[in-house]
Design a binder for this molecule. Sequence first.
Ligand SMILES: [Zn+2]
Ligand SMILES: [Zn+2]
Length: 418
Amino acid sequence: MTELKQKMSEMRREFHQIAEPGWLEFQTTFKIIQYLESLGYEVEFGKKIHSERMGLPSEETIKKYVDSLSLDTDYDPGEILQGYTGVVAILDTKREGPTTGIRLDIDANAIEETHDKEHRPNKENFRSKNSFAMHACGHDGHITIGLTLAKWLMNNKAKLKGKFKLIFQPAEEGVRGAKSMVYAGVVDHVDYLLGGHIGLGTKSGVLGLGTRDFLATSKIDVKFKGVSSHAGASPELGKNALLAAASCALNLHTLTQFGSGMARVNVGVLKAGTAKNIVPSQARMEIETRGSNEELNQMLMSKVNNVIKGSAKTFDVEYEIMQAGGAPAYDSHDDEFINLVYEYLKDEFKIKLAPSLGGSEDVTYMMNRVEENGGKSIHFIFGSDLKAAHHNNKFDFDEDTLPMAFKALKQTIKLLNK
Ligand SMILES: [Zn+2]
Ligand SMILES: [Zn+2]
């Protein structure tokens, strides 16, 4: 094993053990800050790097988690503990040149890691210590790639020009965190934005370059509120929220027929009712839509709104729709720029050009904003043989991916810094 791989694996395993879901990345954020400061970085965190946050956990959930931690920091952690998680680190070489942003997502998934003895984190003793969270998407690897790059940048400061901005973004799962940072101006002066993700169907040793087909998506939570009553004696006095939600779910799944592109809808959660003999007064749904472009996703969302409204009307219940997340599509594929990077990297890496994401990722908020401001962006897939699919409780990636991803970003930076 190379020294680099060993160091990166060790770091990844430390972050794996403190897996925390979106907006609750407290220990993760502290650890990132601590490392960056030890390298001599100027760091920004808390409210300064955020605007309105989508899909925030309840105050109760945040408080419960804060209370369970024994934190020891030498600065005021106040805003971080209110869910303003994530970190931005800036390196200014003081020489004229472009500002390069590198975006890394840091959150885990809200699932419990498997107890299967064959699962490597169990075998090699780095299982998540948080029963409610697991790094099942590889973001522990992304943090490690970012911090390793941070170290390289600092060590090579004298040879570099311009500014570097390492953006450790919270709450990517459920596409919530990027918008908050973008609207706080985090990428406003970035000329080049680099993003990337481990795995995603690309094999170990292969570097996906210039990822395309990022779908637009919206995530919403819906509540139906009716009136409960005795199911035997006086059902007519009840207003049935469960039926409204059930009818709504079936009708939503009929909406995705569009001639102009691909669209999807999914009712992922439906919870309703309290007991067999009571007409249910409450129902809650979690819904997502996706579309191959922004316009399609918007059209679909307006139909979704109509169905929710119509279902509420049919069953005479009240409803409430809350936005829980969202990300735009990314379809401004810049072939010229991608080819430039390709030409520079092609001798050193086995490259898959323009791989399809076929999903959603809120890095698109950042990529779009940088391009709107006249900058350029590129997204990589760091190929990795996976033990189970993303978001599965047996997910694990090939740690050889870590040094490859670091090198790919480092080389791209060298090119952009020429
Ligand atoms: Zn994920
Ligand atoms: Zn992910």
